[in-house]
Write a protein that binds this ligand. Structure first.
Ligand code: C2E
Ligand code: CA
Ligand code: CA
Ligand code: CA
Length: 279
């Protein structure tokens, strides 16, 4: 009975992938999903050590599909990449994030930095910088509060062009972060050439911290290296107090993970921030 259950689950998973695929590739399916407001952004707090005050958030997309329910971005982002529909979707994400920043500001909440993830195809988009500039002007957001999270592989595909693009973003006033750091293959010499401000250590290294001495050594060395390059370090995927203690000991400036909160809808995120102010 156990294996049948497993197989059924497997079939269901496959079928679900097919369904998602069909929805995405059918003409304008994704655009319609945007128009129908089936996407939303959730916000996961970033806290500074050692005080654990909320200093920022990462915006993470959610697809609340009418038939399929909540679809994880790991499922639909790769498909949106393949079909090119990531471009309108990615633009929606940036606009939504900027509007959210303005909304929080109008409500009088203390300013926090909000980061958004870019996909590789989106990063290669020729008019990306202009598009972001347009959204900043349209929403009136102070660019200092918008951060882009980019992966090493994204930057290394065409390193020279990446450096130029990153400089353009810096001229706009944005902050730039390398996501999933340690899983790609960027060389240290390139790291110095990229005008970035933040390294986000991948959660695969954080998971075993305190248990696996090798990962402790990697994390410790990464933080030390980042410091010497004048970069801020944030650790993702923090689930246990023991991880925070280890990271604090290595002088990690910020942490993010389920220990503090999962990604939250905007109302819940605001409540989370208010609870923090109260304590
Ligand atoms: P990511 O950028 O590395 O985002 C971190 C993922 O780890 C998120 O999954 C988050 O919910 C999850 N996470 C946070 N804290 C913990 C923790 O303590 N433990 C564990 N196990 N996981 C944690 P999510 O939201 O499902 O997003 C998955 C990936 O989808 C993201 O990985 C990112 O690559 C992509 N993604 C999400 N939103 C967007 C978006 O708006 N645009 C693009 N291009 N990609 C996005
Ligand atoms: Ca990220
Ligand atoms: Ca990440
Ligand atoms: Ca990741």
């Amino acid at each position: 009975a156990k294996s049948t259950g497993h197989n059924l689950y497997f079939v269901y998973e496959n079928q679900m992938a097919d369904n998602i695929n069909a929805h995405l590739t059918l003409g304008g399916g994704l655009r319609k999903a945007i128009e129908n407001e089936e996407f939303e952004l959730h916000y996961q707090p970033k806290v500074a050590l050692p005080d654990e005050n909320v200093v920022g958030a990462e915006a993470l997309i959610r697809w609340n599909h009418p038939d399929l329910g909540m679809v994880s971005p790991d499922k639909f982002i790769p498909l949106a990449e393949e079909s090119g529909l990531i471009l309108p979707l990615g633009e929606w994400v940036i606009r939504r994030a900027c509007r959210q920043l303005q909304e929080w500001r109008e409500l009088g909440y203390p300013a926090i930095c909000l980061s958004v993830n870019l996909s590789s195809r989106q990063f290669m988009q020729a008019d990306l910088v202009d598009m972001v500039q347009g959204i900043l002007e349209e929403t009136g957001v102070d660019p200092a509060y918008l951060e882009l999270e980019l992966t090493e592989s994204m930057l290394m595909t065409d390193a020279k062009q990446s450096i130029e693009k990153l400089h353009s973003f810096r001229e706009l006033g944005l902050t730039l972060s390398i996501d999933d750091f340690g899983t790609g293959y960027s060389s240290l010499s390139y790291l110095k050439k990229f005008p970035i401000q933040t390294l986000k250590i991948d959660r695969s290294f954080i998971h075993d911290i305190g248990i696996d001495g090798d990962n402790d050594a990697i994390v410790k060395a990464t933080i030390a290296m980042a410091k010497s390059l004048n970069l801020k370090v944030i650790a993702e995927g923090v689930e246990h107090r023991s991880q925070v203690n280890a990271l604090g000991g290595y002088d990690c400036q910020e942490v993010q993970g389920f220990l503090y909160s999962k990604p939250l809808p905007s109302d819940d995120f605001v409540q989370f921030m208010q609870k923090q102010v109260g304590h």
